[in-house]
Design a protein around this ligand. Structure first.
Ligand code: NAD
Length: 356
Protein backbone atom coordinates (compact mmCIF):
# COMPACT_ATOMS: atom_id res chain seq x y z
CA UNK A 1 0.00 0.00 0.00
CA UNK A 2 1.12 3.57 -0.72
CA UNK A 3 -0.10 5.96 1.96
CA UNK A 4 0.42 9.62 2.74
CA UNK A 5 0.79 10.25 6.44
CA UNK A 6 0.94 13.75 7.88
CA UNK A 7 2.89 14.21 11.12
CA UNK A 8 1.98 17.19 13.29
CA UNK A 9 4.60 17.03 16.07
CA UNK A 10 3.22 20.13 17.81
CA UNK A 11 4.71 21.55 21.01
CA UNK A 12 6.47 20.43 24.21
CA UNK A 13 7.06 16.67 24.21
CA UNK A 14 5.02 16.34 20.97
CA UNK A 15 8.07 16.26 18.65
CA UNK A 16 9.90 13.82 20.97
CA UNK A 17 7.11 11.24 21.00
CA UNK A 18 6.12 11.67 17.35
CA UNK A 19 9.73 10.98 16.30
CA UNK A 20 9.50 7.54 17.96
CA UNK A 21 6.16 6.75 16.32
CA UNK A 22 7.63 7.79 12.95
CA UNK A 23 10.47 5.29 13.36
CA UNK A 24 8.01 2.55 14.27
CA UNK A 25 5.89 3.36 11.18
CA UNK A 26 9.00 3.20 8.97
CA UNK A 27 9.82 -0.25 10.31
CA UNK A 28 6.23 -1.43 9.83
CA UNK A 29 6.26 -0.16 6.23
CA UNK A 30 9.55 -1.94 5.43
CA UNK A 31 8.52 -5.13 7.13
CA UNK A 32 5.14 -5.36 5.39
CA UNK A 33 6.03 -4.00 1.95
CA UNK A 34 4.22 -0.64 2.22
CA UNK A 35 5.32 2.84 1.24
CA UNK A 36 4.40 5.47 3.83
CA UNK A 37 5.18 8.98 2.62
CA UNK A 38 5.48 10.94 5.87
CA UNK A 39 5.62 14.73 5.95
CA UNK A 40 5.81 17.10 8.93
CA UNK A 41 3.77 20.27 9.25
CA UNK A 42 3.48 23.01 11.86
CA UNK A 43 0.50 23.11 14.19
CA UNK A 44 -0.21 24.60 17.61
CA UNK A 45 2.04 27.05 19.43
CA UNK A 46 4.96 26.55 17.03
CA UNK A 47 2.65 27.41 14.12
CA UNK A 48 1.50 30.56 15.91
CA UNK A 49 5.18 31.54 16.17
CA UNK A 50 6.01 30.74 12.54
CA UNK A 51 2.71 31.57 10.77
CA UNK A 52 0.62 33.58 13.25
CA UNK A 53 -1.97 30.79 12.99
CA UNK A 54 -2.21 27.54 15.04
CA UNK A 55 -3.48 25.71 11.93
CA UNK A 56 -1.86 27.24 8.83
CA UNK A 57 -3.74 26.69 5.57
CA UNK A 58 -0.96 24.51 4.11
CA UNK A 59 -1.06 22.26 7.17
CA UNK A 60 -4.81 21.80 6.84
CA UNK A 61 -4.52 21.17 3.08
CA UNK A 62 -1.83 18.52 3.66
CA UNK A 63 -4.01 16.83 6.31
CA UNK A 64 -7.03 16.79 4.01
CA UNK A 65 -4.97 15.28 1.18
CA UNK A 66 -3.53 12.54 3.40
CA UNK A 67 -4.63 9.05 4.43
CA UNK A 68 -4.08 9.74 8.11
CA UNK A 69 -2.76 12.40 10.49
CA UNK A 70 -0.64 11.74 13.59
CA UNK A 71 -0.53 14.57 16.12
CA UNK A 72 1.81 14.88 19.12
CA UNK A 73 0.33 17.54 21.40
CA UNK A 74 -0.13 21.28 21.30
CA UNK A 75 0.07 24.10 23.84
CA UNK A 76 2.29 25.31 26.62
CA UNK A 77 2.87 28.26 28.93
CA UNK A 78 4.38 30.37 26.16
CA UNK A 79 0.97 30.59 24.43
CA UNK A 80 -1.25 30.69 27.55
CA UNK A 81 -1.99 34.43 27.59
CA UNK A 82 -5.82 34.61 27.74
CA UNK A 83 -5.70 37.92 25.86
CA UNK A 84 -3.67 36.49 22.97
CA UNK A 85 -5.23 36.82 19.50
CA UNK A 86 -5.23 33.06 19.07
CA UNK A 87 -4.26 29.98 21.06
CA UNK A 88 -2.91 26.52 20.16
CA UNK A 89 -6.21 24.83 21.15
CA UNK A 90 -8.02 26.86 18.46
CA UNK A 91 -6.04 24.84 15.91
CA UNK A 92 -7.31 21.58 17.44
CA UNK A 93 -10.96 22.66 17.35
CA UNK A 94 -10.60 23.89 13.78
CA UNK A 95 -8.90 20.77 12.42
CA UNK A 96 -11.67 18.58 13.90
CA UNK A 97 -14.32 20.78 12.33
CA UNK A 98 -12.64 21.14 8.91
CA UNK A 99 -11.95 17.41 8.65
CA UNK A 100 -15.50 16.60 9.87
CA UNK A 101 -14.17 14.39 12.68
CA UNK A 102 -17.36 13.69 14.60
CA UNK A 103 -16.28 10.57 16.49
CA UNK A 104 -13.60 10.40 19.14
CA UNK A 105 -12.39 6.89 19.89
CA UNK A 106 -10.62 6.15 23.13
CA UNK A 107 -9.46 2.67 23.95
CA UNK A 108 -9.22 2.05 27.68
CA UNK A 109 -7.06 -1.00 28.03
CA UNK A 110 -5.09 -2.14 31.02
CA UNK A 111 -1.74 -3.86 30.61
CA UNK A 112 -0.99 -6.84 32.79
CA UNK A 113 2.52 -5.53 33.38
CA UNK A 114 1.20 -2.18 34.62
CA UNK A 115 -1.70 -3.24 36.82
CA UNK A 116 0.05 -1.81 39.86
CA UNK A 117 -0.02 1.68 38.29
CA UNK A 118 -3.81 1.82 38.55
CA UNK A 119 -5.30 3.56 41.58
CA UNK A 120 -7.91 0.74 41.61
CA UNK A 121 -7.46 -2.82 42.85
CA UNK A 122 -5.77 -5.26 40.48
CA UNK A 123 -8.77 -7.65 40.58
CA UNK A 124 -11.00 -4.89 39.23
CA UNK A 125 -8.83 -3.54 36.43
CA UNK A 126 -7.19 -6.71 35.15
CA UNK A 127 -8.38 -7.49 31.62
CA UNK A 128 -10.21 -4.20 31.04
CA UNK A 129 -10.53 -3.55 27.29
CA UNK A 130 -13.09 -0.86 26.45
CA UNK A 131 -13.44 1.20 23.28
CA UNK A 132 -15.34 4.45 23.88
CA UNK A 133 -16.98 6.39 21.05
CA UNK A 134 -17.59 9.99 22.08
CA UNK A 135 -19.58 12.27 19.75
CA UNK A 136 -17.25 15.20 19.12
CA UNK A 137 -18.88 17.92 17.07
CA UNK A 138 -22.38 18.32 18.56
CA UNK A 139 -24.21 18.45 21.86
CA UNK A 140 -23.89 21.03 24.56
CA UNK A 141 -20.33 22.14 23.65
CA UNK A 142 -21.58 23.39 20.29
CA UNK A 143 -25.08 24.63 21.19
CA UNK A 144 -26.10 28.26 21.60
CA UNK A 145 -25.32 29.76 24.97
CA UNK A 146 -25.71 33.07 26.67
CA UNK A 147 -26.32 35.09 29.79
CA UNK A 148 -29.19 37.30 30.82
CA UNK A 149 -30.07 39.43 33.80
CA UNK A 150 -31.67 37.67 36.76
CA UNK A 151 -33.15 38.90 40.02
CA UNK A 152 -30.11 37.44 41.83
CA UNK A 153 -27.64 38.93 39.34
CA UNK A 154 -27.34 36.89 36.15
CA UNK A 155 -28.40 33.57 34.73
CA UNK A 156 -26.62 31.58 32.05
CA UNK A 157 -27.86 28.94 29.62
CA UNK A 158 -26.33 26.38 27.27
CA UNK A 159 -28.31 24.42 24.70
CA UNK A 160 -27.78 20.70 24.18
CA UNK A 161 -28.98 19.62 20.76
CA UNK A 162 -28.63 16.33 18.87
CA UNK A 163 -30.30 15.42 15.61
CA UNK A 164 -31.31 11.95 14.43
CA UNK A 165 -28.55 12.00 11.80
CA UNK A 166 -25.83 12.96 14.27
CA UNK A 167 -26.84 10.12 16.59
CA UNK A 168 -27.22 7.52 13.85
CA UNK A 169 -23.79 8.09 12.33
CA UNK A 170 -21.83 7.64 15.57
CA UNK A 171 -23.91 4.69 16.74
CA UNK A 172 -23.22 3.05 13.38
CA UNK A 173 -19.45 3.49 13.76
CA UNK A 174 -19.60 2.11 17.29
CA UNK A 175 -21.79 -0.81 16.16
CA UNK A 176 -19.33 -1.74 13.40
CA UNK A 177 -16.46 -1.65 15.88
CA UNK A 178 -18.39 -3.85 18.33
CA UNK A 179 -18.99 -6.44 15.59
CA UNK A 180 -15.26 -6.97 15.25
CA UNK A 181 -14.69 -7.09 19.03
CA UNK A 182 -16.70 -8.83 21.75
CA UNK A 183 -20.07 -7.88 20.20
CA UNK A 184 -21.34 -5.82 23.10
CA UNK A 185 -22.54 -2.22 22.77
CA UNK A 186 -23.45 0.11 25.64
CA UNK A 187 -25.09 3.48 25.02
CA UNK A 188 -24.75 6.08 27.77
CA UNK A 189 -27.31 8.86 28.21
CA UNK A 190 -29.46 10.67 30.77
CA UNK A 191 -32.84 9.71 29.33
CA UNK A 192 -34.57 9.85 32.73
CA UNK A 193 -34.13 13.64 32.74
CA UNK A 194 -33.12 15.09 29.36
CA UNK A 195 -35.32 15.21 26.25
CA UNK A 196 -32.18 15.20 24.08
CA UNK A 197 -31.18 11.92 25.73
CA UNK A 198 -34.62 10.44 25.07
CA UNK A 199 -34.08 11.10 21.36
CA UNK A 200 -30.54 9.70 21.66
CA UNK A 201 -31.94 6.53 23.22
CA UNK A 202 -34.76 5.94 20.73
CA UNK A 203 -32.54 6.59 17.68
CA UNK A 204 -29.81 4.33 19.09
CA UNK A 205 -32.29 1.54 19.79
CA UNK A 206 -33.62 1.78 16.22
CA UNK A 207 -30.15 1.65 14.64
CA UNK A 208 -29.22 -1.35 16.79
CA UNK A 209 -32.51 -3.15 16.06
CA UNK A 210 -32.28 -2.61 12.30
CA UNK A 211 -28.54 -2.94 11.68
CA UNK A 212 -26.84 -4.62 14.62
CA UNK A 213 -29.13 -7.38 15.83
CA UNK A 214 -26.03 -9.55 16.33
CA UNK A 215 -24.86 -7.33 19.21
CA UNK A 216 -25.75 -7.50 22.87
CA UNK A 217 -27.03 -4.01 23.60
CA UNK A 218 -27.78 -2.01 26.75
CA UNK A 219 -28.62 1.57 27.74
CA UNK A 220 -26.92 2.89 30.87
CA UNK A 221 -27.55 6.22 32.58
CA UNK A 222 -24.42 8.34 32.77
CA UNK A 223 -24.48 8.58 36.59
CA UNK A 224 -24.69 4.78 36.85
CA UNK A 225 -21.92 4.47 34.24
CA UNK A 226 -19.63 6.61 36.39
CA UNK A 227 -20.03 3.97 39.13
CA UNK A 228 -19.87 0.89 36.89
CA UNK A 229 -16.64 2.11 35.29
CA UNK A 230 -14.83 1.84 38.57
CA UNK A 231 -16.73 -1.11 40.07
CA UNK A 232 -17.01 -3.49 37.09
CA UNK A 233 -15.13 -2.02 34.09
CA UNK A 234 -14.46 -5.45 32.56
CA UNK A 235 -18.16 -5.78 31.72
CA UNK A 236 -17.94 -3.17 28.94
CA UNK A 237 -16.76 -3.62 25.37
CA UNK A 238 -17.81 -0.75 23.07
CA UNK A 239 -19.41 2.32 24.68
CA UNK A 240 -21.09 5.10 22.69
CA UNK A 241 -22.18 8.45 24.09
CA UNK A 242 -22.58 12.18 23.43
CA UNK A 243 -19.97 14.88 23.67
CA UNK A 244 -20.18 16.00 27.30
CA UNK A 245 -20.87 12.60 28.87
CA UNK A 246 -18.05 11.16 26.73
CA UNK A 247 -15.66 13.88 27.83
CA UNK A 248 -16.24 12.98 31.46
CA UNK A 249 -16.43 9.19 31.34
CA UNK A 250 -13.39 8.81 29.05
CA UNK A 251 -11.27 10.83 31.47
CA UNK A 252 -12.57 8.70 34.32
CA UNK A 253 -11.83 5.59 32.26
CA UNK A 254 -8.30 6.71 31.46
CA UNK A 255 -7.51 6.64 35.17
CA UNK A 256 -8.27 2.90 35.28
CA UNK A 257 -4.96 2.34 33.52
CA UNK A 258 -3.12 4.73 35.80
CA UNK A 259 -0.79 6.10 33.16
CA UNK A 260 -1.46 9.03 30.85
CA UNK A 261 1.57 8.19 28.72
CA UNK A 262 -0.01 4.92 27.56
CA UNK A 263 -3.34 6.01 26.09
CA UNK A 264 -3.97 6.84 22.44
CA UNK A 265 -7.08 8.31 20.83
CA UNK A 266 -8.52 8.78 17.38
CA UNK A 267 -10.92 11.26 15.85
CA UNK A 268 -12.63 10.04 12.74
CA UNK A 269 -15.43 10.97 10.36
CA UNK A 270 -17.56 9.03 7.90
CA UNK A 271 -14.82 9.08 5.29
CA UNK A 272 -11.57 10.94 4.76
CA UNK A 273 -8.46 10.80 6.93
CA UNK A 274 -8.68 10.53 10.70
CA UNK A 275 -6.62 12.34 13.33
CA UNK A 276 -4.68 10.19 15.79
CA UNK A 277 -2.99 11.41 18.96
CA UNK A 278 -2.01 10.48 22.51
CA UNK A 279 -4.55 11.67 25.11
CA UNK A 280 -1.84 13.48 27.08
CA UNK A 281 -0.87 17.09 26.50
CA UNK A 282 2.46 18.70 25.67
CA UNK A 283 3.85 18.09 29.22
CA UNK A 284 5.91 21.31 29.40
CA UNK A 285 7.34 20.17 32.76
CA UNK A 286 9.34 17.39 31.09
CA UNK A 287 9.71 18.75 27.53
CA UNK A 288 13.28 18.60 26.22
CA UNK A 289 14.42 16.18 28.92
CA UNK A 290 14.08 13.10 26.71
CA UNK A 291 12.06 11.20 29.33
CA UNK A 292 8.52 11.33 27.90
CA UNK A 293 6.73 8.04 27.38
CA UNK A 294 6.28 7.57 23.61
CA UNK A 295 3.97 4.53 23.88
CA UNK A 296 0.65 6.44 23.67
CA UNK A 297 1.78 8.04 20.41
CA UNK A 298 3.10 4.73 19.07
CA UNK A 299 -0.28 3.16 19.93
CA UNK A 300 -2.04 6.11 18.23
CA UNK A 301 -0.05 5.26 15.10
CA UNK A 302 -1.36 1.68 15.40
CA UNK A 303 -4.93 3.05 15.59
CA UNK A 304 -4.24 5.04 12.42
CA UNK A 305 -3.15 1.90 10.60
CA UNK A 306 -6.31 0.10 11.76
CA UNK A 307 -8.98 2.77 11.34
CA UNK A 308 -7.72 4.92 8.43
CA UNK A 309 -5.48 2.60 6.41
CA UNK A 310 -7.33 -0.66 7.00
CA UNK A 311 -4.07 -2.36 8.09
CA UNK A 312 -5.39 -4.46 10.97
CA UNK A 313 -2.45 -6.90 11.01
CA UNK A 314 0.12 -4.12 11.08
CA UNK A 315 -1.78 -2.36 13.90
CA UNK A 316 -1.79 -5.61 15.85
CA UNK A 317 1.98 -6.02 15.25
CA UNK A 318 2.62 -2.66 16.94
CA UNK A 319 0.27 -3.44 19.83
CA UNK A 320 1.91 -6.82 20.36
CA UNK A 321 5.37 -5.18 20.32
CA UNK A 322 4.26 -2.69 23.01
CA UNK A 323 2.85 -5.57 25.09
CA UNK A 324 6.11 -7.47 24.73
CA UNK A 325 8.24 -4.49 25.72
CA UNK A 326 6.16 -3.94 28.86
CA UNK A 327 6.12 -7.64 29.69
CA UNK A 328 9.92 -7.62 29.44
CA UNK A 329 9.91 -4.99 32.19
CA UNK A 330 10.97 -1.93 30.17
CA UNK A 331 9.61 1.33 31.57
CA UNK A 332 9.86 5.07 31.05
CA UNK A 333 10.01 7.19 34.21
CA UNK A 334 6.22 7.82 34.38
CA UNK A 335 5.49 4.09 34.75
CA UNK A 336 8.70 2.95 36.43
CA UNK A 337 7.40 3.43 40.00
CA UNK A 338 10.86 4.48 41.14
CA UNK A 339 12.64 1.63 39.34
CA UNK A 340 15.10 1.88 36.45
CA UNK A 341 13.77 3.81 33.49
CA UNK A 342 14.45 4.26 29.80
CA UNK A 343 14.60 7.50 27.86
CA UNK A 344 12.03 8.33 25.17
CA UNK A 345 14.30 7.15 22.36
CA UNK A 346 15.40 4.02 24.24
CA UNK A 347 11.74 3.04 24.71
CA UNK A 348 11.08 3.67 21.00
CA UNK A 349 14.09 1.51 20.16
CA UNK A 350 12.77 -1.32 22.35
CA UNK A 351 9.48 -1.32 20.42
CA UNK A 352 11.39 -1.38 17.11
CA UNK A 353 13.58 -4.22 18.43
CA UNK A 354 10.51 -6.16 19.47
CA UNK A 355 8.93 -5.62 16.01
CA UNK A 356 11.94 -7.00 14.26
P1 NAD B 1 -0.26 17.01 30.24
O1 NAD B 1 -0.95 15.79 29.77
O2 NAD B 1 0.61 17.69 29.26
O3 NAD B 1 0.63 16.65 31.53
C1 NAD B 1 0.09 16.18 32.75
C2 NAD B 1 1.18 15.42 33.54
O4 NAD B 1 1.43 14.16 32.90
C3 NAD B 1 2.52 16.15 33.57
O5 NAD B 1 3.13 15.94 34.80
C4 NAD B 1 3.32 15.48 32.47
O6 NAD B 1 4.71 15.53 32.67
C5 NAD B 1 2.78 14.06 32.51
N1 NAD B 1 2.81 13.46 31.16
C6 NAD B 1 1.99 13.74 30.13
N2 NAD B 1 2.32 13.02 29.06
C7 NAD B 1 3.37 12.26 29.42
C8 NAD B 1 4.18 11.30 28.74
N3 NAD B 1 3.96 10.97 27.46
N4 NAD B 1 5.20 10.74 29.41
C9 NAD B 1 5.43 11.03 30.70
N5 NAD B 1 4.70 11.93 31.41
C10 NAD B 1 3.69 12.53 30.76
O7 NAD B 1 -1.39 17.99 30.78
P2 NAD B 1 -1.26 19.51 31.26
O8 NAD B 1 -0.02 19.70 32.03
O9 NAD B 1 -2.57 19.80 31.87
O10 NAD B 1 -1.18 20.37 29.92
C11 NAD B 1 0.05 20.85 29.37
C12 NAD B 1 -0.26 21.54 28.05
O11 NAD B 1 -0.78 20.59 27.12
C13 NAD B 1 -1.30 22.64 28.17
O12 NAD B 1 -0.91 23.72 27.36
C14 NAD B 1 -2.57 21.99 27.64
O13 NAD B 1 -3.46 22.94 27.08
C15 NAD B 1 -2.01 21.08 26.58
N6 NAD B 1 -2.85 19.94 26.22
C16 NAD B 1 -2.89 19.60 24.91
C17 NAD B 1 -3.63 18.50 24.51
C18 NAD B 1 -3.62 18.13 23.05
O14 NAD B 1 -2.74 18.57 22.33
N7 NAD B 1 -4.55 17.34 22.59
C19 NAD B 1 -4.30 17.72 25.45
C20 NAD B 1 -4.22 18.07 26.80
C21 NAD B 1 -3.48 19.20 27.18
Amino acid sequence: MDAKIVLLPGDGIGPEVVAQAETVLKVIAERNGHVFEMTRHPMGGNAIDSHGDPLPEETLAACQASNGVLLGAVGGPKWDDPNAKTRPEAGLLRIRKEMKLFANLRPIKTYKALLDSSPLKKEIVEGVDILCFRELTGGIYFGQSGRRPHASGEEAWSEMIYSTGEIERIVRLAGIAAQSRRKKLTSVDKANVLEVSRLWRSVTENVVKNEFSDLTFENVLVDAMAMHLISRPRDFDVVVTGNMFGDIITDEGSMLTGSLGMLPSASIGEDGPGLYEPIHGSAPDIAGKGIANPLATILAAAMMLRHSLGLEDEAAQIEAAVDAVLDAGHRTADIARGGASLSTSEMGAKVVESLS
